[in-house]
Design a protein around this ligand. Structure first.
Ligand SMILES: Cc1cc(CN)n(C)n1
Length: 326
C-alpha cells in the first residue's frame, strides 16, 4: 500500500495552512479542511477580476480532464465564506499518491474572503463524503478515493506554529509525536470527525460538563470555538479580558497571563499551554484569544490552535480520532 506526505505551510497568524496539489499536471496550493468534503479550485471559469494573485486551474490545458455534464456544487462555511461552480474529473496527486478520476469542483463564483486571500487556490475537503455538496450526485473526497490504495486507511496532521508542518496519508510516523496516541470514537453520521467532549480544565482545575456540545476536529478553522459558558469561564480567569463585539470576540491585554486550557477528546484531556493560546495582536497592547465562543451553535470546533500543540490521527479504518503530544 501507498503512503504520501505533503508540506502544510502557514499563512499569516497561522490563520490557515496550504499544501501543494497537482491536478491534471497543474499545481495549486489548497487548504486541507477536515471540516468539509468538497475539493474545489480557483478556475479559469471565474471572472479574471476575482483571480488576481491566485493560481487557477485551466481544464482546457489538462489532457486528462473530463467534464461532469450537468453537475454543480455550492458550499458555505462557518465563517460566512462560500463558493460554487461546476464539476469535472481529473488525476489528483498529493505527495506522490495519485487518485485517478477524482471529482474536481471548478469555482465559477467565490466570496470576497477567497478573492482577497491570494495564497489560497481552493480547498481540499477531508471530512466524510456524505456532506459533499455536488448535485445531483455527491462525490468522494480525495482521501476516500485513494483510501483503498493506502498502507492504512488513515491520515495524520502535524501543523506547526509559524512553521511548516505535514499531512501524511497511509501511515503514522512515530517520529512526529511522543507518548501514546489517545483515541476517541468518531460519530461520522453528520459528516464530521466528531467526538464527545464532556469536560475541560482551566489552569489545571477540571470541570465536567455533561451538557457540553460534541466537538469536531477541523483543520480548516483557525481557532478553538467552545461552548459559550466554557469560553466565559476561561476568560473569567484572564485579567482585563472582555468579549468585544467590534473585534469579534474575547480580547485582553497582551501582558495578561493566560491559564492552560484542557479539552476533552473523548475520555482524554489534552492540555493546551496558555502561552500558546493567543491568536493575534489587535493593536500593540491588545490581544485576540485563540479560544472563542461558538455562540452556542451546538458544536464545538477544535481548529488549528489544537493541531499546533497536538499531533492528530484521523483513522477512517477504525472510525476514531486520536491526539498525541509532540
Ligand atoms: C473556508 C473555511 C473552511 C472552514 C472550516 N471547515 N472555515 C471556517 N472556513
Amino acid at each position: 500500500g501507498e503512503t504520501a506526505e505533503v508540506t502544510a505551510s502557514p499563512e499569516a497568524n497561522d490563520a490557515e495552512y496550504l499544501s501543494p496539489v497537482s491536478i491534471g499536471g497543474q499545481t495549486l496550493n489548497l487548504d486541507f479542511d477536515t471540516g468539509s468534503a468538497d475539493l474545489w479550485v480557483f478556475s479559469t471559469e471565474l471572472p479574471t477580476s476575482e483571480t488576481s494573485g491566485h493560481t487557477t486551474f485551466d481544464p482546457s490545458k489538462s489532457s486528462t480532464f473530463k467534464k461532469y455534464d450537468g453537475a454543480t456544487w455550492k458550499i458555505s462555511y462557518g465563517d460566512g465564506s462560500g463558493a460554487s461552480g461546476d464539476v469535472g474529473f481529473d488525476n489528483v496527486a498529493i505527495g506522490g499518491a495519485t487518485a485517478t478520476s477524482q471529482a474536481v469542483e471548478l469555482a465559477t463564483s467565490v466570496s470576497s474572503q477567497f478573492v482577497s486571500d491570494q495564497a489560497n487556490d481552493g480547498l481540499l475537503g477531508l471530512a466524510f463524503s456524505n456532506i459533499n455538496t455536488v448535485s445531483p450526485t455527491k462525490q468522494k473526497t480525495w482521501f476516500e478515493t485513494i483510501k483503498s490504495q493506502l498502507e492504512n486507511p488513515l491520515f495524520t496532521a502535524d501543523l506547526e506554529k509559524d512553521a511548516s508542518g505535514t499531512y501524511d496519508f497511509g501511515n503514522i510516523d512515530s517520529s512526529k509525536y511522543t507518548g501514546d496516541i489517545h483515541y476517541a470514537p468518531v460519530d461520522k453520521s453528520g459528516g464530521f470527525w466528531e467526538f464527545n467532549s464532556k469536560s475541560y480544565s482551566i489552569g489545571g482545575t477540571k470541570s465536567s460538563c455533561t451538557t457540553c456540545s460534541p466537538a469536531i476536529a477541523d483543520t480548516g478553522t483557525s481557532l478553538l470555538l467552545v461552548d459559550d459558558d466554557v469560553a466565559k469561564a476561561y476568560y473569567a480567569q484572564v485579567d482585563g479580558s472582555k468579549n468585544d463585539s467590534t473585534q469579534g470576540g474575547y480580547v485582553y491585554p497582551c501582558s495578561s497571563n493566560l491559564p492552560d486550557f484542557g479539552i476533552a477528546i473523548g475520555d482524554y484531556i489534552a492540555v493546551l499551554k496558555g502561552s500558546d493560546l493567543t491568536y493575534a495582536n489587535v493593536d500593540s497592547s491588545t490581544c485576540f484569544g485563540g479560544i472563542q465562543s461558538n455562540a452556542n451553535s451546538g458544536m464545538q470546533i477544535f481548529g488549528d490552535v489544537m493541531f499546533k500543540q497536538y499531533f492528530a490521527v484521523f483513522d477512517a479504518g477504525n472510525t476514531q480520532f486520536g491526539v498525541a503530544s509532540k
